[in-house]
Design a binder for this molecule. Sequence first.
Ligand code: HEM
Length: 268
Amino acid sequence: MSRLLQSWTADMNRLSGRTVTIGFGPAMFDRVRGLADRRPAALRPLPSFPGEAIDARGSHGDLCAQVCASTPAAAADGLRVLINSGREFAGLRWRQIGYRDQDGTADPRNPFGFRDGTANLDVTSTAARERHLWVSDGPEWMHGGTYLVTRRIRLLLDTWDRTALDAQESMIGRTRDTNRRTGSGHARLASGARMLRRSYTYDGGVDVNGLQDSGLIFISFQRDPAQFVAVQEKLADVDGLNAFSQHVASGVFACPPMDTLLRGGPTV
Ligand code: HEM
C-alpha cells in the first residue's frame, strides 16, 4: 500500500495541469492486512436501491483514481500514467472516460439537454464546505478529506428525445433554455440535499437493440455517503426521471487529503 501511494503521489506531482483524486473503497480494509480497524464507520457499501441494475464488474473496487483535465485526452493520458505505475500493486477493475463542456459562463448541459449543477453546494462558503463536504470526525487519516460517490446512470436518450419539452421540463424541475425552476419534478424532490455534484457525460456507443448508450457518470462529494443515500432513496422511489434512466454502476470511496496520502493514507 505505501509503495503504491508513493508512486502515485510522485505521479500526481508530475501530471501538471491535471487534478488527481485518490480514494479507498470499503472492501480494501478487509483485504489488506492491518487495515481492518482503520475503516471509517461512514465507509460502507451503498445499499441497493429500487430499480437499479448494478453491474458489479464496472463497480466498486479497493482503490479509485479520478483524473481531471481540460480535455478528455489529457485525462485519459494521466490515467494511464497511474495505471502503469500501479500495475505492480493493483489490477484494473474498471475505467470510465467522461467529459463535460464548460465554457465558464454557465453550468454545462447534461445529455438530457438541461444545465446540471446549478443548485449545487456553495463551495465559496467556508461554513458550507465544513458542514457538508469535508470530514472532521472518525479516524484521523480522513480529517480534511471527503467521500466520493459515483453512479453510472444510463439515460434513455431515444425515449427522452421523443418526449415533449414541457413534460421534460416538469420532470426535471427546470426550464431547458432559461434554467428557471418550475417547482416540480426531480429538482424539487432533491432540493435541500447538500452535496457537491460534479457529473460527466459518458458515451458507450449503441446497445444490442440499436439504442444509444449514453448518460451520466454521476459523482458527488460529501462528508458522509449517508447524504447521498438519503436523497437517492427518495429519488429511487418516486422520481419521474426513473422511466428515462437506469443506474448501472456504483462506487463509494474515502478520499483523504493529499498530505495524508503522502504520509501513507489509511496506514497513517
Ligand atoms: C437521471 C439522472 C439525473 C439527472 C438527469 C439529473 C439532472 C438534474 C438537473 C438537470 C438538475 C437541475 C439543475 C441543478 O440544480 O443541478 C438536478 C438537480 C439536482 N439533482 Fe439531479 N440528476 C440526476 C440524478 C441525481 C441523483 C442520483 C442525485 C443524488 C442522489 C441528484 C441530486 C440532485 C440535487 C441535490 C439537485 C439540486 C436540487 C435543488 O436544490 O434544486 N440527481 N439534477
